[in-house]
Design a protein around this ligand. Sequence first.
Ligand code: HAM
Length: 417
Amino acid sequence: MIQLIKGFKDILPEEISLWQEIEAAAREMFENFGYREIRLPIVEKSELFARSIGDTTDIVEKEMYTFDDGRRGLVTLRPEATASVVRSYIQHKMAAEDPIRKFYTIGPMFRRERPQKGRYRQFYQIDAEVFGIASPLIDAQIILMLVSLFERLEVTDVSAHINCLGCPTCRPFFQKALYSLLEAKKDALCENCVRRSEKNPLRTLDCKVPSCREALAEAPSILDFLCSDCKTHFDTVKQLLDKQNIHYQVDRHLVRGLDYYTRTAFEILTTSLGAQNAVAGGGRYDGLVQALGGPSVPAIGFAIGFDRLAEILSQTRTAAAKRPKIYMAPLGETCRTLAFEWACALNLSGVPTEMDFEDRNLKHHMKRADKFHAAHALIFGDNELTQGHAVLRNMETREQKEIPIVNLVTHIINLIR
Ligand code: HAM
């Protein structure tokens, strides 16, 4: 038997209603805050991700699904959505008309990570991005929107962690200080961290190897190196969140796994999935639009791990499958053809109706109606047809009612809706 590939998964019909509920809540929340949906390709030029996420990140160094597409060169299954949203914003010259744009997009992403609980090679993100607003007000608002969505979905075991990653003015001072520590602790660091120390020392703070974590526990924090603009920006974000009663923790070592961030960075963490895990993450990326060839436009965004959020919610919710309102229980060939016609008409009229497509006896029909948790069964054989009515049985109370055969569909619609 051919099985699915490890790290990939099926989202089965039993799970789908929860996914739909999450998606509907996110759409409603985002639309209310003025975000508009954008749908982007799953495949982009590899260069787009290398230049935006950073070529010394885990994602670009080892997790991308990349292949040679002949004349088009190297292409990659998107590992995240931000780079594509930025590419689209630049390509369609959106800044010329109005630099302020808010987007959301929902879809599959691909990273060749080591599969484990909550970590897949194809996973889904609910992503939101804002362009053209430099004010810390939008940082606070986007975090408020994200936290409120979790609250609305009644996800309780989550905490917001925030940090400020500085800007091109102040970050080099921090990088220098961090590099000195890395040099001193070289022997305790993993191969990756040693290699990245010089080119991208910030990455070492994101390393999960225990010896690196231990060696860097006392690492300096970027917060001690912020320039006055970054400091004011971060202080204002915190004050705004306090005013809005949004609880958060400042995590002095939070760096995120992608290189494009500047200033505010944040993650929503949960313990519901075993070890502490991020169910969402994001931040400001004021330099990315320009770095990818666009105008100088600030931006901020986040992505929610859809699979992880669905997993958390599935621990407390049982998804209710859609129940048919009518189960057709025809007895005999003539009645089965009629049941087929009525079932089609009822389904098209918005009355969910099920039937068995084989010839069955009454006992079988009742068993199936119960299995489907149908609200009613419509029972009719040749006798009922001659008498001009069918029997509508309430499957819960077992109460029965006669329904005229003439205009039966209309009678049922009037009764049921
Ligand atoms: P990220 O932190 O790489 O950020 O991913 C965001 C979320 O996607 C994570 O917090 C996690 O819940 C989920 N996620 C990531 N990898 C996996 C995986 N292998 N399996 C399951 N879930 C996963 C970004 O992708 C940025 N583009 C977010 C952003 C938007 N920043 C600014 N705008």
